[in-house]
Design a binder for this molecule. Structure first.
Ligand code: PHB
Length: 398
């Protein structure tokens, strides 16, 4: 370099720094001619009953970035992938690995509410940016809400509450609730109870079994004896497949209607077959929404992953979209935390589920659809709850 060009390039660097300072932030890892990659920690279940859910989130997340040239705010992306096995006991250690050992810029995960709450704690302790692409743990956008914690999926309360309203509006009064004995099951049932009670309904019995057990016989025998007007359930993934099949095999399908949060039949229909036909559920996604964004997404996902999209793929994609929007606003500078959060908070996500925004607690405000299984589809029936916001009880940001 000649003296003149050196001075000119020095001047450009200084001008760049001044512009950065004027915009309210400075590049953290400044290296001339080379920007550090944005490091993303994907902590998801790649094995176990929720494996298919984790894989769809992963692939659709990458698809959202690939559609933007594989970069975030102009910077290349590096992935660190960790299988959390949906094991809450390993949650803190796994999240700490990503934060402390791998030094990821953004923590993304997970599916299981118990594991997600361990991630929330680690993110809170380390002030890490966390985006939850599935787990509905009410607390994440309730008592544990924080500026650095976002969710692109739902709270467990949301689909449950909507289904409770639907059942009550039909004049049903006596329900039994069935689920796994962990946060997601309890909270989904509580949401249902709240919606159901508002219309005069009551959950008379809650039948629970440890996650991820699938020995349903004792529970099915109890349901047959209790003879409720309907059964509300929260199950997902491999467990949902088995429950729906066992319910039909027990002969209950004809006498006691089975409803649930839509995870019961999402991504599971090929495996459930005839047993799932006619089941009605509530969820923030459905087949037949007739949205251009949904059609484009499904085609792109099918091409990329060689399988059909489902609600988990949608959530993974939207996690990517939220990060794309946030990092575009700060030109890839993840350490410009205040500006990044502000951009993410005000993003309107053009989701395959329909457009949504985030609440003050950082949870989607979204339509919850009533769907009915027809063939391999959860066909859209109606909007069960319009622009439903989680109450975010206990969140100090609200
Ligand atoms: C959860 O643990 O919050 C959870 C897991 C699987 C789902 C939905 C929620 O499909």
């Amino acid at each position: 370099m000649t003296k003149a060009t050196e001075t000119a390039s020095r001047r450009r660097v200084l001008a760049g720094l001044a512009a950065g300072a004027a915009a309210g932030f400075l590049p953290a890892r400044f290296a001339i001619g080379q920007q550090a990659k944005v490091k993303l920690g994907l902590m998801l279940p790649y094995t176990g009953t929720y494996a298919a859910l984790g894989k769809n989130i992963d692939e659709a997340f990458r698809l959202a970035l690939a559609e933007k040239g594989g970069r975030l705010g102009g910077r290349e992306v590096e992935y660190v992938v960790l299988d959390d096995e949906s094991d809450p006991a390993k949650g803190a250690e796994n999240a700490n690995k990503l934060v402390s050992r791998d030094k990821v810029d953004v923590l993304i995960g997970t599916v299981h509410s118990g594991v997600a709450m361990a991630m929330v704690k680690v993110a809170t302790d380390n002030d890490s940016l966390l985006i939850i692409p599935n787990a509905g743990a009410d607390a994440a956008t309730g008592p544990a809400c924080a500026p650095n914690i976002f969710r692109t999926s739902f709270s467990n309360w949301q689909p449950g509450f909507a289904m409770g309203k639907v059942a009550a509006a039909r004049g049903q009064k006596r329900a039994v609730a069935v689920s796994w004995d962990y946060a997601a099951g309890h909270e989904s049932i509580n949401g249902f109870k709240e919606g159901f009670a508002a219309g005069g309904g009551k959950v008379e019995n809650e039948l629970l079994l440890p996650f991820p057990q699938v020995e349903f016989q004792a529970i099915l025998t109890q349901i047959a004896a209790l003879k409720p007007e309907l059964v509300y359930t929260f199950f997902a993934g491999g467990g949902a497949v088995k429950f729906v099949k066992d319910y039909a095999a027990a002969g209950l399908g004809n006498s006691v209607p089975l409803v649930g949060a839509g995870f019961l039949t999402d991504g599971t229909l090929a495996a459930q077959g005839a047993a799932a036909q006619g089941l009605e559920t509530t969820l923030h996604y459905a087949d037949g929404l007739d949205l251009p964004k949904d059609k484009a997404f499904r085609a792109a996902f099918k091409k990329a992953a060689n399988r059909e999209a489902d609600v988990y793929a949608v959530q993974g994609y939207d996690t990517g979209q939220l990060l794309v929007a946030g990092l575009a606003a700060v030109k890839g500078e993840v350490t410009a935390r205040k500006e990044l959060i502000a951009a993410m908070e005000k993003a309107e996500i053009d989701s395959p589920r329909g457009k949504f925004t985030l609440s003050k607690a950082h949870n989607p405000v979204q339509d919850i659809y009533l769907r009915k299984v027809q063939g391999l589809e959860n066909r859209y029936v109606s909007v069960a709850a319009k622009a439903l916001a989680d109450p975010a009880r206990g969140c100090k940001m609200v």
